[in-house]
Design a protein around this ligand. Structure first.
Ligand SMILES: Nc1nc2c(c(=O)[nH]1)N[C@H]1C(S)=C(S)[C@@H](COP(=O)(O)OP(=O)(O)OC[C@H]3O[C@@H](n4cnc5c(=O)[nH]c(N)nc54)[C@H](O)[C@@H]3O)O[C@H]1N2
Ligand SMILES: Nc1nc2c(c(=O)[nH]1)N[C@H]1C(S)=C(S)[C@@H](COP(=O)(O)OP(=O)(O)OC[C@H]3O[C@@H](n4cnc5c(=O)[nH]c(N)nc54)[C@H](O)[C@@H]3O)O[C@H]1N2
Ligand code: SF4
Ligand SMILES: [Mo]
Length: 688
């Protein structure tokens, strides 16, 4: 008889699912969603339903290895852990001697959402070393900074409350593809008559299932939000009482919105003026109305300002007052655990540097590797990430990774493109094999997972690896010997009321515990009575930062650029992928070699459905297969926009071509974020 054990999906997904796994003779045989978890509700997404294939894949990395081929070639030989650790410690020591410890750069992102394996012993290690600090901006930093400016905190409507909404607006949010556990709440709401509207340049799976789809031009959401505010004010649909009591900067915002009448907004966004008027009216009157904003639209030059303007809308209409109203971008800010206790930033003062090290923006990894000096990057340690696939301006990143004088260490479960550049490659455990505590950025439940199956070969957790490295480096502080349970206890030792009564014992017994955001059984209404975390305690609209100008890389942007590269490329998430994590699966590789085009763009270029096309701009090029549906199928994009579901493993493409050779490593207006979706390209049919 198999034993049923509990785990948590660690992937970079808002849903943070609670898992049940059957284990027999130490081997997992069946994986399913926990039916008792209030958000998981007994099902998993298609990609993780098959996670055991990954767990037991013959391609798992099992032993430490040393590179024997050229960088990027991917030829390695097995070595012992002792040899691996010695070589890494020697490289770190000699880098510190030659250039100072800041020449070492850690690079990590979303491989796991666990606190310990994501940002625990690794942070302590690099702080103590004095390594450069990585600014982790590749995904969400513009939106996070924007939301925090407006609301003062990074949280919003509880997913469970969507069931009570009458109008749900998925704004830059492909809910069915990237946040599927919100969907059942929307189904519940629609059963009671709610409408689902989607604002997205792409006809996503979600848009196809919605009541209406507004195919906005990329990067123009700020103008639409101001246009909606214009109509709301003009027709006196605002909640004057809420504005008066809880909102700061109303008159400036009203004034700004006055200059965005529907006709102007139509020309900026491509959405017909009457649709703008109707949407504003419905949004203000069909209460409760909720906005599910996701991170797609903030990967744009003005993405931060767009999020701020959208986050103003529920304050205008007072929709924060009721269950089923408000806005949800992320819930992560409610997890007020003591992350300083975990990461120990004070260790920086014990490093040879004696101060916090410089900050390197991860979006500009290519620039850092190729042109940073005083000191240059001499050593790169990558874990929980695959920058040789996911980083923008990929050709520059590769040039950096190819450097002969760069020493690269990679910790991963699979031999990714980044792994191919490693000098030392270390095998990492999966979330089924290590202990961790999990927050979520899509709900309010804190979860603990213990190992449920043994690690294969000699794979080790990130925590263990950095612990061993600390010993090798001679770091004698007791924090490097701390047990995982003690690290978790530190995290939980926060005095924030959301955490009160949550202990490791309780987590071990219950696996998932709702934060104390509201009394049990009562909805969490974060801003029903104000309570914003801003300096003023009010919702701060910040109109002075919100006037709209089109992104330079957009159809209304830099005219010379538009002449050469007239199409706007969106390389958003593939429904069945998780960034590059499952890139080795052949069917996902096929899905991510596609370029969706509108017939009006394909025809003049003599491109037909199924043709091989070259997508290019001044940064690079990439060959993809055109998808140009004929009637009656609806095109996935409007004319002027092309879409490439992302992201594949470059090593599976001829010449390692990849869509990120096209994307820019410029930064967003606020938060230093990535602008993956402000990207102009041209497309041509490939010769045979
Ligand atoms: N299936 C699947 N799930 C995932 C992931 C995955 O790769 N695959 N990745 C995970 C990660 S890392 C994240 S950050 C989350 C969240 O992922 P998101 O960032 O929300 O997902 P995206 O699909 O990139 O973007 C959401 C939508 O925004 C749209 N969009 C792009 N530009 C604009 C714009 O200018 N305006 C508007 N209105 N919409 C725009 C895109 O077309 C897309 O449909 O999802 C996670 N979940
Ligand atoms: N063109 C384009 N590029 C994008 C995006 C896009 O939409 N379009 N999205 C961007 C976004 S939002 C994000 S978040 C980034 C995501 O970029 P990454 O965070 O790099 O995500 P993945 O590609 O999924 O790579 C995660 C890696 O971590 C490894 N891993 C998982 N768990 C562990 C562990 O416990 N230990 C170790 N050592 N390794 C582990 C996995 O095997 C995998 O190779 O990509 C960005 N890049
Ligand atoms: S990827 Fe997301 S939806 Fe899929 S199992 Fe993990 S947390 Fe759930
Ligand atoms: Mo992300």
């Amino acid at each position: 008889m198999p034993a049923t054990r509990h785990s948590v999906c660690a992937l970079d997904c808002p849903d943070a699912c609670s898992l049940l796994i059957d284990v027999e003779d130490g081997k997992g045989s069946r994986l399913r969603g926990d039916p008792d978890h209030p958000v998981t509700r007994g099902f998993l997404c298609a990609k993780v339903a098959r996670y055991l294939e990954r767990e037991y894949s013959a391609d798992r990395l099992l032993y430490p290895q040393r590179r024997v081929g050229a960088k990027g070639e991917g030829r390695f030989t097995r070595i012992s852990w002792d040899e691996a650790l010695d070589r890494i410690a020697e490289a770190l020591h000699s880098a510190s001697r030659a250039f100072g410890p800041e020449s070492v750069l850690p690079y990590s992102y979303g491989g796991t959402m666990g606190y310990l394996q994501g940002a625990g012993m690794d942070r302590r290690f690099f702080h103590r070393l004095g390594a450069s600090r990585l600014d982790r901006t590749i995904c969400a930093s513009a939106g996070a900074a924007a939301l925090t400016s407006t609301l003062g905190v990074k949280y919003g409507t509880e997913p469970e409350q969507f069931a009570h909404s009458r109008l749900i607006i998925a704004w830059g949010a492909n809910i069915h593809g990237t946040n599927v556990h919100l969907w059942p709440f929307i189904v519940d709401a629609r059963r009671r008559g709610a409408r689902l509207y989607v604002i997205d340049p792409v006809r996503t799976r979600t848009a196809g299932l919605a009541d209406r789809h507004f195919a906005i031009y990329p990067g123009s959401d700020l103008a639409l939000a101001l246009g909606l505010a214009h109509v709301i004010f003009a027709e006196r649909l605002e909640d004057a009482g809420y504005l008066e009591q809880y909102v700061e900067g109303v008159s400036g915002f009203r004034q700004l919105a006055a200059s965005y009448p529907p006709e102007r907004v139509e020309s900026l966004t491509g959405i017909p003026r009457q649709d703008i008027v109707d949407l504003a009216r419905e949004y203000a009157t069909l209460q409760p109305a909720v906005i599910r904003l996701n991170y797609g639209l903030q990967r744009s030059e003005r993405g931060g300002a767009a999020v701020r303007a959208i986050a103003a809308l529920p304050a205008l209409t007072g929709s924060w007052r009721t269950p089923g109203g408000g806005l949800h971008l992320s819930t992560s800010g409610a997890f007020r655990l003591d992350t300083n206790g975990l990461e120990m930033p004070e260790l920086q003062f014990q490093s040879p540097l004696g101060r916090p090290a410089r900050l390197v923006n991860m979006v500009q990894l290519g620039r850092a590797l190729t042109s940073l000096d005083s000191p240059p990057i001499s050593t790169l340690v990558v874990y929980n990430s695959n920058p040789a696939a996911v980083a923008p301006n990929l050709n520059l990143v590769r040039r950096g990774l190819h450097r002969d004088d760069l020493f690269t260490v990679v910790l991963d479960q699979f031999q990714t493109d980044t792994a191919d550049f490693a000098d030392i490659l270390l095998p990492a455990t999966t979330f089924l094999e290590h202990t961790d505590l999990y927050y979520s950025y899509g709900h309010y439940h804190l979860q603990l997972a213990r190992p449920v199956v043994p690690a294969p070969g000699e794979a080790r957790s990130n925590t263990d690896i950095f612990r061993l490295l600390a010993r090798r480096m001679g770091f004698s502080e007791p924090c490097f010997e701390e047990s995982e349970d003690s690290m978790i206890a530190r995290l939980l030792a926060s005095d924030h009321p959301f955490l009160s009564g949550i202990t490791i014992e309780r987590l071990d017994a219950e696996h998932s515990v709702r934060l104390n955001v509201s009394p049990p059984g009562e909805p969490f209404l974060p801003f029903a009575h104000g309570g914003f975390g801003t300096p003023s305690g009010k919702c701060e609209l910040g109109a002075e930062t919100l006037s709209y100008s089109p992104p330079s890389e957009s159809r209304l942007g830099d005219a010379a650029l538009v002449r050469s590269f007239p199409l706007e490329l969106i390389s958003s998430k593939n429904d069945d992928s998780m960034n590059s994590t499952f890139g080795y699966r052949p069917e996902l590789d096929r899905q991510t070699t596609v370029l969706h085009m509108h017939p009006d763009d394909a025809l003049p270029r003599s491109i037909r459905d199924g043709d091989l096309v070259r997508v290019f701009n001044s940064r690079g090029s990439c060959r993809l297969t055109a998808s140009v549906p004929g009637p009656p199928a609806a095109p996935a994009v409007r004319s002027g926009v092309v879409r490439a579901p992302s992201t594949r493993w470059p090593k599976l493409a001829p010449h390692r071509e990849h869509v990120n050779a096209l994307t820019s490593d410029n930064l967003t207006d606020i938060g230093g974020g990535a602008v993956f979706y402000s990207c102009l390209v041209e497309v041509e049919k490939c010769g045979d």
